[in-house]
Write a protein that binds this ligand. Structure first.
Ligand SMILES: [Zn+2]
Ligand SMILES: [Zn+2]
Length: 72
């Protein structure tokens, strides 16, 4: 999950699901698979209608700040 992508258009990107995909090509940020705030694993993308962590309610778009810079 890329918070920066999510901030631009709040829906799941299919390319995040590709096997071996580690980072976002557009923002050069490492993808997140769990909440940095509470450690909860994200639910399956089809359920991401809410746009925030189901446990601590941190909005996905705010997680952009917590994504590590990704060097290919
Ligand atoms: Zn992105
Ligand atoms: Zn959380």
């Amino acid at each position: 999950m890329c918070g920066a992508c999510y901030a631009e258009s709040p829906c799941h990107k299919i390319e995040w699901q590709f096997k071996g995909k580690q980072g976002c090509d557009r923002h050069k940020l490492r993808l997140l698979w769990e909440c940095r705030n509470c450690g909860a694993m994200f639910k399956i993308p089809a359920l991401w209608v809410d746009g925030w962590c189901h446990r601590c309610f941190t909005p996905f778009r705010e997680m952009e700040k917590q994504q590590k810079f990704w060097i290919m």
